[in-house]
Design a protein around this ligand. Structure first.
Ligand SMILES: Nc1ncnc2c1ncn2[C@@H]1O[C@H](COP(=O)(O)OP(=O)(O)OP(=O)(O)O)[C@@H](O)[C@H]1O
Length: 245
């Protein structure tokens, strides 16, 4: 589904991502981990077209998408759920989802003229809210949601695009234990039959969700394999111990 080859991004000669080969099989959940500054966010930005690689290639679903714009990549079926919240406080939860459902049709940009037309997205919007556990908050303002619920809404917005590949940027960042476990269950549920790549610092989350794991350090792939394989890899243990102090 996704394959990078020698993918590299330099910032003024500094290699934030260096010769990364990544292969994500269709229908699997893949975690990107690594110490701070390892290049995870930069890699995500390359995959979604927010940054252009210095060299190397990205193939998605059988085509070369290297250097394509974020809108083109999104259109091909890559959706990203942002770490930084991108919700409108004064807009209702269900309106957010309807707008996301309408945007691929072009209707999203004319929503102020077509409130009636937006209603045809109501059923699908409610189904998506049900999927992420927010059906009972459909009428609430997004601004009134608890943090974990906002993250769930963002996930629903990404799912509204019916993506072939779902990218999750630190889905459990800033959450307490209870929300972390709820999010693990939620991501497990929505990842069934989908291809997911996520970044997370929490090893409990990585171990619970990931079929395969790529460990990055200083922009390079340090180890790749199942969670149990990388967890016991000496280089990985050393990299994390090095950060602990
Ligand atoms: N726009 C930029 N210009 C210059 N350097 C950058 C830029 N973006 C990232 N870097 C550098 O590239 C390296 C990798 O950063 P990146 O944010 O990708 O790491 P990360 O693994 O996501 O870290 P974290 O876990 O802290 O989010 C860092 O040293 C960072 O300072």
């Amino acid at each position: 589904m996704l394959e990078t080859s020698a993918l590299t991004k330099e910032f003024r000669g500094f290699r934030a991502v260096s010769e990364v080969d990544l292969a994500v099989e269709q229908g699997t959940v893949h975690a990107l981990v690594g110490p701070n500054g390892a290049g995870k966010t930069t890699l995500f930005n390359l995959l979604t077209g927010f940054l252009t690689p210095t060299s190397g290639t990205i193939r998605f679903d059988g085509r070369d998408i290297t250097g394509q714009q974020p809108e083109q990549i999104a259109h091909l079926g890559v959706a990203r759920s942002f770490q930084i919240t991108s919700l409108f406080d004064q807009m209702s939860v269900v309106d957010h989802v309807e707008l996301a459902l309408a945007s691929p049709t072009g209707l999203g940009y004319r929503f102020w003229r077509s409130a009636g037309q937006m209603r045809r997205f109501r059923e699908r919007a409610m189904a998506l809210l049900g999927e992420v556990g927010l059906a009972d908050r459909a009428g609430a303002y997004a601004g009134s949601l608890a943090y974990g619920q906002k993250r769930a809404l963002e996930l629903a917005l990404a799912l509204a695009l019916d993506p072939k590949l779902l990218l999750l940027d630190e889905p459990t960042a800033g959450m307490g234990l209870e929300d972390v476990d709820r999010t693990i269950a939620l991501v497990k549920k929505v990842s069934a039959g989908r291809t997911v790549v996520f970044v997370d610092h929490n090893m409990h989350v990585v171990g619970s969700l990931a079929d395969t794991v790529t460990v990055l350090q200083s922009g390079k792939v340090l180890a790749q394999g199942t969670y149990d394989q990388v967890r016991t890899d000496e280089r990985v243990v050393t990299a994390y111990l090095g950060q602990a102090g």
